[in-house]
Design a protein around this ligand. Structure first.
Ligand SMILES: [Zn+2]
Length: 479
């Protein structure tokens, strides 16, 4: 069911990257000795928001108490008075309990929490380049997240099941800021993802009230263990945590990165296969797109349907573990290839998941093909027919989430036609230009929020082929 088009974000499909030209004193912009050649503007300085979170978990009571501090540096080039944060857990009443909020140690002149939106107004303006500190104390009363029919309801990830607790999009988060339209907070859709994540640094302390502490999978590197976990994630998009008393683990070390598979008992074979596929995918994509920026990557068996990417952590559905048949021809392996790819196209290069969902989903689906092509070339034809063409996909790939007409038309257009677009583009411009483009696109947009305009701008730097026909076939609004 399409979400109401009254969402104001649907009318502004392009998002300006969060990097804004830095304010330079006039004396530096005009060198006194030479005024004939304009000085190129340096790349704008973006200072990632700093999250400090002290998290106390009562695992058995399903209660999380958080003292959170965000240090936000104004890189917008504008004076800011109001700060809008996303508080996704507050979409469900009774889950998010706000206890205290201050800005620079003072009460805000006003604040309002409505649904997923928290608006904080400061007593005084924050000048461009200046920093402010937002302190929020809150409690999460976690919801039970038992999975319903995946054709009717979205995967329930946040919350607890009888054997797992997942903290995903669980904290008040800073949004990207567009100089024209302000803070970018998309409305949630009935399926798919809606948030846009600016790059940020996370420093998270995790304590437990319980005597028996669960095994923890988290985004970020664990600094020490002494009944207190201390996790660091630099230049991350989101900080996710998954906990269970039942987790077993297998780990592998690749290029100094520790990849760990977390799975439930008696799933050793599937747990090992998920790890092996992630290692293979990791090696395939570092070769194609450039390095992975974190020290750890967690692969977690999720007690819900479907896979889901976060930064430094992704989930694979329980169902894939149960159905794993020991071969590479199944959803455990192909979705591992997909979600690992999101570490580049979501993590390294972010995009607007609601208004331009093809930006990360089309390439992550095509990555599955690249994974098979590299590691199991004899299975490429199987992949096309089993994963893509069986569904007889159709539709324009640049459809916003809200206009996509239901989960199956959405995935058929954005994911499956998206994979065909990448294959046809590759055939049209040739392997050399295609892979040079992907690596350059990943490098130029590293740490930023990419738009389709960035995609086509960088593509044009790698080919002068006439793509009119190709783009008209796949895009509602060809560039
Ligand atoms: Zn995906």
């Amino acid at each position: 069911v399409p979400v109401s088009p009254s969402n104001e974000q649907t009318s502004t499909p392009s998002l300006t990257p969060v990097n804004i030209p830095e304010v330079v004193p006039p004396s530096e912009t005009l060198p006194p000795t030479d005024t004939s050649t304009p000085t190129p503007q340096p790349e704008p300085a973006y200072v990632p928001p700093q999250y400090l979170m002290d998290v106390t978990v009562d695992y058995d009571a399903h209660i999380i108490d958080v003292i959170q501090q965000i240090t936000y540096t104004n890189s917008t080039g504008q004076k800011l008075e109001t700060f809008t944060l996303a508080v996704v857990p507050n979409q469900t009443s009774g889950v998010f309990e706000l206890q205290k909020i201050t800005i620079d140690d003072k009460d805000p002149s006003k604040y309002e929490l409505t649904g997923q939106k928290l608006e904080i107004t400061s007593e005084k303006y924050l000048a461009p380049g200046a920093s402010t500190q937002i302190d929020i104390t809150y409690r999460l009363n976690l919801p039970a997240a038992e999975q319903g029919d995946p054709n009717i309801v979205r995967p329930a990830i946040f919350g607890y099941t009888s054997r797992q607790t997942n903290l995903t999009d669980w904290y008040p988060m800073i949004l990207p800021h567009d100089p024209k339209t302000g803070w970018l907070l998309n409305k949630p859709g009935l399926y798919g993802e809606h948030l846009v994540y600016p790059r940020a640094d996370y420093d998270v302390i995790l304590r437990f009230r319980d005597i028996i502490i669960p095994v923890v999978a988290a985004s970020g590197e664990l600094q020490y263990i002494d009944s207190i976990g201390h996790y660091i994630l630099k230049n991350g998009r989101a900080f996710a945590i998954s906990m269970s008393r039942d987790y077993q683990t297998f780990s592998a070390e690749v290029d100094g990165v520790t990849i760990t598979s977390y799975f439930f008992p008696i799933m050793n074979i599937s747990g090992q296969a998920a790890l092996d596929a992630t290692v293979q995918a990791y090696q395939t994509y570092t070769g194609l797109f450039g390095p992975y920026h974190h020290k750890t990557l967690a692969v977690v068996q999720g007690d819900f349907n479907d896979g889901m990417e976060f930064d430094g952590l992704y989930f694979l559905s329980n169902a894939f573990y149960n159905l794993y048949d020991g071969s590479p021809k199944n959803y455990l392996i192909l979705v591992a290839a997909h979600e690992t790819c999101h570490q580049w196209w979501f993590g390294r290069v972010a995009s607007d998941q609601a208004n331009e969902p093809w930006m990360d989903e089309a390439i992550s689906t095509y990555c599955e093909k690249l994974f098979y092509e590299t590691n199991y070339p004899e299975l490429v034809q199987w992949w096309w027919s089993y994963r893509i063409d069986y569904y007889q996909p159709s539709g324009y790939i640049d459809v916003p989430l809200y206009d996509s007409g239901g989960f199956t038309p959405y995935t058929n257009a954005v994911y499956r036609m998206g994979a065909h677009f990448y294959q046809d583009l590759r055939t049209e411009i040739g392997d050399e230009a295609f892979f040079a483009f992907l690596k350059d696109y990943s490098t130029q947009m590293d740490g930023k929020i990419a738009t389709s305009a960035d995609f086509f701008r960088i593509l044009r730097q790698h080919t002068d082929k006439d793509l009119t026909h190709l783009l008209a076939e796949y895009f509602r609004n060809p560039k």
